[in-house]
Design a protein around this ligand. Structure first.
Ligand SMILES: O=C(O)C1=C[C@@H](OP(=O)(O)O)[C@@H](O)[C@H](O)C1
Ligand SMILES: C=C(OP(=O)(O)O)C(=O)O
Length: 432
């Protein structure tokens, strides 16, 4: 399927949506379970390409990964020091999370690993993880002065050293890679971020018995001696996937949607804060703990939105939601000004430029981008047009919601939604 026709919604959107498992937590559930030595039963695992790349990686390193169903699997490792040298090259596919976290796990291992990935992953910056891991004593080599794939991790002569690392970027992937390597180091490892990024790694490692200290934007891990995997992990729904329906329900007049089982870890809920500031009608119900993480159900009803401004401080709490927040901004009254969004330029594609180029096809003159800043002029006239996903799942889903809430669209290269949300188009069709 090379093109998909997105029809204009004919009335309000109605229904109840079960939000698929969180991508970040699904990756971590398989990786960390594979470092234990007792079977872990994982449910509501995100059965999408990125997380399947992680599952395949752990399998090729000797862990037993057995799917009982889509979304349900048993993972059994051979202990913290039980990974085995893979027979071939490890393929991280499209997934930055897989590659960066795996580098942290593999840097301390006594065997060699070589990574590859798809065309998009070959362009993404890996020096941000390789450089601090090298300071810990790791030996990691990559193309373009150890910046890019293909990457090889070579065993280091000595045990890794604990370091204190002041990260220039607020990135959970950088932080997680260092904490994972730090489990095997000879002393404590501390990561200090400019702003706090998602904390799923710290949460899950603590639950597995690792000694972790947190204060403000700083996290310290002690060398790990006892690693106790739980019997089961239930993955909450992904707020990054719920985001498309939070916005669709807000901007299509006459809508009322109930989103079931959404992870609402406070390091992830920036989109709720921004949508509320724009005037969205959201009701958070039935708050509970699911798999050690906060979860809730969310009711969204359509409302009149107005433009807002936000910047670097909130960015890590909503980084993957910027494309769909930009859609909300297009349907709002007035301008929305987003600053400190430079990280968007190093995702699956340059998302800042992609938003500007594709939004202007559907709403001429509505989007401007300069350096790390994105401006959306709300309320501009919309038209039908052909738009391009850049093979980026979040661009595809955001453009589909924009087309559906606007005048319709033809989306080129739509199938990349399989990276994080394989049922996306089916759910969209069911609402209209
Ligand atoms: O740790 C994670 O699971 C993720 C962290 C974020 O990336 P950065 O850490 O590069 O900001 C996010 O964009 C990505 O989708 C998932
Ligand atoms: C950036 C993303 O993921 P990753 O970095 O794991 O490729 C994403 O899902 O939007």
């Amino acid at each position: 399927m090379d093109k998909k026709k997105i029809a204009k919604a004919s009335g309000g959107l109605h229904g109840t949506i079960d939000i698929p498992g969180d991508k970040s937590i699904s990756h971590r559930s398989v990786m960390f379970s594979a470092l234990g030595d007792t079977p872990v039963h994982i449910t509501n695992f995100l059965h999408a390409q990125d997380c399947l790349s992680t599952a395949a990686c752990m399998k090729s390193l000797g862990a037993e990964v057995r799917f009982l169903n889509e979304g349900e699997l048993m993972v059994t490792g051979h202990g913290l020091h039980g990974l085995q040298e893979p027979a071939g090259i490890i393929d991280a596919g499209n997934s930055g999370t897989t590659l960066r976290l795996m580098m942290g796990i593999l840097a301390p291992q006594p065997f060699l690993t070589t990574f590859t990935g798809d065309a998009s992953l070959h362009h993404r910056p890996m020096g941000r993880v390789i450089e601090p891991l090298t300071r810990m004593g790791a030996c990691i080599y990559g193309r373009q002065q150890n910046q890019k794939l293909p990457i090889t991790v070579v065993p280091s002569a000595e045990k890794l050293h604990g370091i204190t690392y002041q990260s220039p970027v607020a990135s959970a992937q950088v932080k997680s890679a260092l904490l994972l390597a730090g489990m095997y180091a000879d002393g404590n490892t501390t990561v200090i971020e400019p702003f706090r990024s998602r904390d799923h790694t710290e949460q899950m490692l603590e639950a597995f018995g690792a000694e972790v200290e947190r204060e403000g934007n700083s996290v310290t891990i002690h060398p790990v001696r006892t690693f106790r995997t739980p019997e089961s992990i239930h993955v909450p729904g992904d707020i990054s996937s719920a985001a498309y329906w939070l916005v669709a329900g807000s901007i299509v007049p006459g809508s009322s949607l109930l989103l079931n089982h959404v992870g609402v870890n406070p390091t992830r809920t920036g989109i709720l804060d921004v949508l509320k500031a724009m005037g969205a009608k959201l009701e958070i119900r039935n708050r509970r703990i699911s798999g050690g993480e906060e979860a809730a159900d969310i009711r969204v009803e359509s409302s009149f939105l107005h433009g807002v401004s936000f910047g670097a401080e909130i960015m890590p709490r909503l980084i993957d939601e910027i494309p769909i927040i930009a859609v909300a901004a297009l349907f709002a009254d007035g301008d929305t000004v987003i600053t400190g969004a430079g990280e968007l330029r190093v995702k699956e594609t340059d998302r800042l430029q992609a938003i500007v180029d594709q939004f202007n096809q559907l709403a001429p003159g509505a989007a401007e981008g300069v350096e790390d800043c994105l401006i959306i002029h709300g309320g501009r006239p919309l038209q039908q047009a052909e738009v391009f996903s850049y093979d980026d799942h979040r661009m595809a889903m955001s453009l589909a919601v924009l087309g559906m809430a606007g005048e319709g669209a033809v989306l080129r290269r739509p199938e990349c939604v399989n990276i994080s949300y394989p049922q996306f188009y089916e759910t969209l069709a069911g609402l209209c």
